[in-house]
Design a protein around this ligand. Structure first.
Ligand SMILES: [Zn+2]
Length: 94
């Protein structure tokens, strides 16, 4: 689906609708020494073989696209999620 690069949406800092630039969100690499990560490793790698969870056999085919919207006037960034699953997302200059 084609989505415009610049949209007008609510900015919590400006407390009004302003122009925003969209960027596709990409998660960073997980810290290996964080508490949750250590707990997860302890849970899954303990014992003989160690399997704590069932393996998911059927996976969802598509993802809900997530963007980082940055306000043009105050440069505050926040998430912008389209609550609909879609195969392909393309940012297009409007
Ligand atoms: Zn703003």
């Amino acid at each position: 689906m084609k989505i415009p690069k610049a949209i007008k949406t609510y900015c919590p800092k400006c407390n009004s609708h302003t122009d925003h630039n969209l960027k596709v969100y990409k998660s960073g690499t997980a810290r290996t020494m964080s508490l949750g990560q250590r707990r997860n490793v302890r849970k899954h790698k303990k014992g003989y073989g160690g399997k704590a969870k069932f393996v998911i056999k059927v996976k969802k085919q598509n993802k809900k696209p997530t963007f980082i919207a940055s306000c043009v006037t105050c440069t505050k960034k926040h998430y912008f999620v389209i609550p609909k699953r879609m195969k392909k997302v393309e940012l297009v200059a409007a």
